[in-house]
Design a protein around this ligand. Structure first.
Ligand code: TRP
Length: 335
């Protein structure tokens, strides 16, 4: 049986953190064995909110891809590219925008959240743009340009994907074709990793540990992590279940035996939080050592990364062109 097409993207946010690794990339690495995977950096999507902050856009894109390669996304198995290098996505976006009723995008709860966040302050410069309103339509174009059957996303993206399915169905109906699949989401079953301060992990909150951080930086950040706040001395009995960050990280990065040992010692007051964090930093550093080594290699060879991206684009475009040909025929844009 031929493999199904799978599309997934990440906005070009720059260097990725451990949450990206556990929540997304680790899963992508597995999926490249089972599916015909198309992984891309959504740089146009980045512009929907950061159109006036493009100073670091180029390096951000390269950093994202460098992290992917270091983590084991394999250009021999998956097709890796930059969204803006596939003009067919923009072409399809135009056509999809014609068949998408305004109220479909206006009621998209994820988009509403983005708009709310923008309006709530933080960034007064960002206004609601035509481009941002089209966010889910552009995302649909990303997926439908490769006529994907499967899209791995987090729960926050489900609303967008619902619109994609609606658009695909509507396109097929209007033009009386069976061209587009209605792509299914593939949810990642991993607990969300919090930032070291216990809030949502994110670059803008300065609470993230990067995949590319060195050992010292990682240790420093882990030492800042919050633990069970009611515990002041080592001999106080601890509550691992209330230790939101550190114990959660143990559960994600340490083996079972270590987790149960940490849990027991903490509950008995036999393990201090500082020692506990020191050990956690060591575990994280050991887990990421091979990835970080590979990352340094790619970071020192940006030409190689660009070459991989050029090859990915050249592999992706014929697929995109073939879909666009069918689309243009269906709409009767082609003569
Ligand atoms: N909106 C996604 C996010 O913020 C990124 C994205 C853009 C995407 N286009 C996509 C994900 C297509 C999957 C498929 O995470």
């Amino acid at each position: 049986m031929t493999k199904q097409n799978l599309v997934s993207g990440m906005r070009s946010t720059g260097k990725l953190h451990l949450g990206h690794y556990k929540g997304v990339i680790e899963n992508w690495v597995k999926l490249q064995e089972e599916y015909n995977c198309f992984y891309f950096v959504a740089d146009w999507h980045a512009l929907t909110t950061k159109f006036d902050k493009t100073e670091t856009l180029r390096e951000d894109k390269l950093n994202v891809v460098t992290d992917w390669l270091a983590c084991g996304i394999d250009p021999e198995k998956a097709t890796i590219y930059i969204q803006s290098e596939i003009p067919e996505i923009a072409q399809l976006h135009i056509l999809l925008s014609m068949v998408t009723p305004n109220n479909w995008v206006e009621r998209d709860p994820t988009l509403k959240d983005m708009i709310k966040m923008i309006k709530s302050g933080e960034d007064n410069n960002v206004q609601m743009s035509y481009g941002l309103l089209g966010y889910p339509v552009l995302m649909s174009a990303d997926i439908m340009t490769f006529n994907a059957q499967v899209v791995p996303v987090g729960v926050d993206q489900l609303a967008h994907l619902e619109i994609t399915r609606d658009i695909a169905r509507r396109f097929n109906n209007i033009y009386n074709v069976e061209l587009f699949n209605e792509p299914l989401p593939k949810l990642t079953q991993v607990p969300l990793l919090k930032g070291v301060d216990g809030q949502k992990m994110g670059k803008s909150f300065h609470n993230d540990i990067k995949i590319s951080d060195d050992e010292e930086t990682t240790a420093k950040k882990v030492m800042q992590a919050i633990t069970d706040r009611s515990r002041l001395r080592k001999t106080d009995l601890g509550h691992p279940d209330k230790c939101e960050v550190v114990f959660d990280y143990y559960k994600v990065f340490a083996d079972e035996q270590t987790v149960s040992c940490v849990c027991e010692e903490c509950q008995k007051g036999e393990r201090g939080c500082a020692d506990c964090k020191r050990q956690l930093a060591k575990i994280i550093n050991e887990a990421f050592a091979p990835i970080r080594e590979k990352r340094i290699y790619y970071a020192e060879n940006p030409k190689l990364v660009k070459e991989i991206l050029a090859n990915g684009r050249d592999k992706a475009r014929p697929v995109a062109q073939s879909v666009l040909q069918q689309v243009n025929d269906a709409v009767r844009i082609s003569l």
